[in-house]
Design a protein around this ligand. Structure first.
Ligand SMILES: Cc1cc2nc3c(=O)[nH]c(=O)nc-3n(C[C@H](O)[C@H](O)[C@H](O)COP(=O)(O)OP(=O)(O)OC[C@H]3O[C@@H](n4cnc5c(N)ncnc54)[C@H](O)[C@@H]3O)c2cc1C
Length: 397
C-alpha cells in the first residue's frame, strides 16, 4: 500500500492499515515532519476513532480538554456557552481536545515504528503516478535522484495542492474567499476575562476565533484567527505594529505590547474534489477537500476519511470485499464533507461576519433559545461536534 503525504491524514491512514497487517510505505516530500500552526482542535468522534489506535491516550497527555465553548459578540459580550457534557451518553470524550497538529504527527510516527511492515520515507516527493490494472507505481524525487515504488493501491494524502489529485485530473470544485485569515498566538491568558479555551467572537468587520493551545505548558498559547481584507498585503498584515493594533483592539490596550511567538497568514478555500477515486488511486484529507477553519472541521474530517478508508482498504486487501467497496468510502465521506463540513463552515463564517444588525440579532436570539432548550442544545452539540456528520456517513450504503 502506498501513501503520498506524511501529514496527519497520511500517517493515521498508514497506522490504521499497518495494524491490519498490511505493508505500507508513506512518501513525504519534506525531510522532517511539518511544524505549523494549523489544526489544533479535535472533536469527540475523532478522539473516539483514534482511541483504538493508541493515539488518543498519547494526545491526552499533552492536550487541553475544552468541554465548554462560547459564541460571543464583540459589543454584546457572551451570547451562549455550550457544554459538550450533554453528549456523555454517546462518548467518553465530552470535550474538544486542543493539541497542535505538529504534536499529533510525532505521536503517530512513533506508533508506526512498532510495525516492521510500515515505513515512512522522508525527502520523497511523489512526482509521477502510473496506474495499471492491478498495480500502481509512483516516481519520487529524492535527494539521490528519482526512485520508483509499486504497490496495490495509492492513497493521495498530499494536502491541498495534491500532486495525486492533479494526476487524476479531477476538478477541485468550489471557491476561494477574497479575504485571507491571519492567526496570531500569544501567551497572554485571556481565560482571566471569562473566555473558555475555544470561543468565537462575531463582528461585521473583524470577527475572531479563539483557540487555547497547550504549547510547551501552562498557560499555553492563545491563538486568534481573524480576517485580512484583500487590500492589505501579507507584509502589512504581519507587521508587528499591525499585529499589536489588532490584539489591543480586544485585549487590554494599556498593558503594553503582547508577546507574539507565532503569526501566520493563510488563503482560505471551500473546495471538494469532483472524483475521489480513479481505479487504484484514492484521495483523503485536504487532497480531497478543504474548508475555512471556523468550526475546526478540516483535519477532523480528514481523520474521519482516514479511518473509514483504512477499514475498507483492509477489507479489500484481505479479500473480504471487492474493490467497489472503495466507492462506498467515496459516497460516505464525500457526502459528509459536502453536506456537513462545507455547509457548516460557511454558515459559521456568515454568522460571525453578519453585517445586518437585525439579522445578527435574530441569529443571537435563536442561539440563546437553542442553548436554553436541552433537546435543541443537544442537537446543536451533535452537529458542531461532527457526530451528526459521522452518523450521516454511516447511513449511506
Ligand atoms: C489556520 C488554520 C487552522 C486550522 N485549524 C483547524 C482545526 O482546528 N481543526 C481542524 O480539523 N482543521 C484545521 N485546519 C485544517 C487542517 O490543518 C488540515 O485539514 C490538515 O492539515 C489536513 O491534513 P492532511 O494530512 O490532509 O494534509 P497536510 O497537513 O497538508 O499534509 C500533507 C503532507 O503531504 C506532503 N506532501 C505534499 N505534496 C507531496 C508530494 N507530492 N509527495 C509527498 N508528500 C507531499 C506535505 O509536505 C505534508 O506533510 C486548519 C487550517 C488552517 C490553515
Amino acid at each position: 500500500m502506498l501513501i503520498a503525504g506524511g501529514g496527519p491524514v497520511g500517517l493515521v491512514t498508514a497506522l490504521a492499515l499497518a495494524r491490519q497487517g498490511i505493508p505500507v510505505t508513506v512518501f513525504e516530500a519534506e525531510p522532517v515532519l511539518a511544524i505549523d500552526q494549523r489544526a489544533g482542535s479535535f472533536h469527540p468522534p475523532t478522539l473516539d476513532m483514534l482511541e483504538p489506535l493508541g493515539i488518543t491516550a498519547e494526545m491526552e497527555k499533552r492536550g487541553l480538554r475544552i468541554q465548554r465553548w462560547q459564541i460571543r459578540d464583540r459589543k454584546q459580550g457572551l451570547i451562549v456557552e455550550w457544554d459538550l457534557g450533554v453528549l456523555a451518553d454517546l462518548t467518553r470524550h465530552t470535550y474538544r481536545l486542543h493539541l497542535e497538529q505538529h504534536r499529533l504527527t510525532p505521536i503517530v510516527l512513533d506508533l508506526l515504528k512498532a510495525h516492521a511492515h510500515a515505513e515512512v520515507r522522508f525527502s520523497h516527493e511523489v512526482a509521477g503516478v502510473e496506474a495499471g490494472e492491478d498495480r500502481v507505481t509512483v516516481t519520487c524525487n529524492t535527494p539521490t535522484g528519482e526512485a520508483r515504488f509499486s504497490g496495490a493501491w495509492l492513497v493521495g494524502c498530499d494536502g491541498g495542492k495534491s500532486a495525486v489529485r492533479k494526476w487524476m485530473g479531477t476538478e477541485f470544485e468550489g471557491f476561494t474567499w477574497p479575504e485571507r485569515f491571519i492567526v496570531i498566538s500569544t501567551p497572554y491568558d485571556i481565560g482571566q476575562h471569562g473566555y473558555t479555551g475555544n470561543a468565537y467572537i462575531a463582528d461585521p468587520e473583524e470577527w475572531i476565533a479563539i483557540f487555547q493551545m497547550p504549547h510547551e505548558g501552562a498557560p499555553g498559547l492563545w491563538r486568534f484567527a481573524m480576517p485580512v481584507v484583500p487590500e492589505h498585503s501579507d507584509a502589512f498584515a504581519l507587521s508587528p505594529a499591525e499585529v499589536q493594533r489588532r490584539l489591543k483592539g480586544f485585549l487590554p490596550a494599556e498593558r503594553g505590547d503582547y508577546e507574539v511567538p507565532y503569526c501566520g497568514i493563510y488563503k482560505v478555500h471551500q473546495r471538494v474534489a469532483k472524483e475521489w477515486r480513479r481505479g487504484r488511486v484514492v484521495l483523503a484529507g485536504d487532497a480531497a477537500h478543504i474548508n475555512n477553519p471556523l468550526g475546526a472541521f478540516g483535519l477532523n474530517g480528514g481523520l474521519h476519511d482516514a479511518i473509514n478508508l483504512a477499514g475498507k482498504l483492509g477489507a479489500v486487501w484481505h479479500g473480504r470485499e471487492g474493490e467497489e467497496h472503495l466507492d462506498l468510502y467515496v459516497r460516505q465521506r464525500r457526502t459528509a464533507n459536502i453536506e456537513f463540513v462545507q455547509s457548516n463552515s460557511i454558515r459559521n463564517k456568515e454568522m460571525l461576519e453578519e453585517k445586518d444588525p437585525a439579522k445578527k440579532q435574530a441569529r443571537f436570539d435563536a442561539l440563546r433559545a437553542t442553548a436554553a432548550d436541552p433537546q435543541l442544545a443537544r442537537q446543536a452539540m451533535l452537529v458542531s461536534s461532527m457526530m451528526a456528520s459521522v452518523r450521516r456517513a454511516a447511513e449511506i450504503t
